[in-house]
Write a protein that binds this ligand. Sequence first.
Ligand SMILES: NC(=O)c1ccc[n+]([C@@H]2O[C@H](COP(=O)([O-])OP(=O)(O)OC[C@H]3O[C@@H](n4cnc5c(N)ncnc54)[C@H](OP(=O)(O)O)[C@@H]3O)[C@@H](O)[C@H]2O)c1
Length: 163
Amino acid sequence: MNLNYQNLLIFTAGIIGTLLSSLLLDRWWRERTYDLNGKTVLMTGGSRGLGLVMARQLIEAGARLAICARDTTELERARTELEQRGGEVLVLPCNVTDQTQVEQMVQQVRDRFGAINILINNAGTDIVGPMETMTMEDYDDKPLEEFVFSGRWNQPSPLVKSH
Ligand SMILES: NC(=O)c1ccc[n+]([C@@H]2O[C@H](COP(=O)([O-])OP(=O)(O)OC[C@H]3O[C@@H](n4cnc5c(N)ncnc54)[C@H](OP(=O)(O)O)[C@@H]3O)[C@@H](O)[C@H]2O)c1
């Protein structure tokens, strides 16, 4: 093996080593920064779908979790599953398009867990159907749209005051 080739190998190994170390350092830093252990997370729409998937991960990461949805049977099913996974879970029936219900829900979360550290505003609906049969009205879910996009979460005083 000539000297140039040996130097090239050492140089390449150095680069790979530096890259791997940076990746490990980055991962360690992210895990430190985003430590969810003991944090209180309020997630709307956590009873099924993507919300339930996130709920499982939040529980696994040690978060204290409050989820809401309208269907109480689905909420209870989610609670049973999440508690079986060892989670501390509060389930609350709530229609997030109703300001009064939202304020009551936030208050219940505060009563149980204290300050809310993270809000995941996940509740929503998807419209699925053949384009030929869809009407403009099918796209209208004004109350939910307004809720998700209006920043109304900044208004309910209980959430703001919880910090
Ligand atoms: N799945 C996708 O491919 C996709 C893509 C882009 C964006 N998203 C968005 O991601 C979010 C979750 O989607 P997903 O597919 O998991 O939907 P999903 O399976 O239909 O679940 C929606 C969740 O939100 C709750 N919810 C709906 N309306 C609510 C209301 N007015 N008040 C309180 N809770 C309400 C539902 O429970 P109840 O019905 O019992 O209230 C359920 O827990 C939605 O906002 C959706 O628009 C999804």
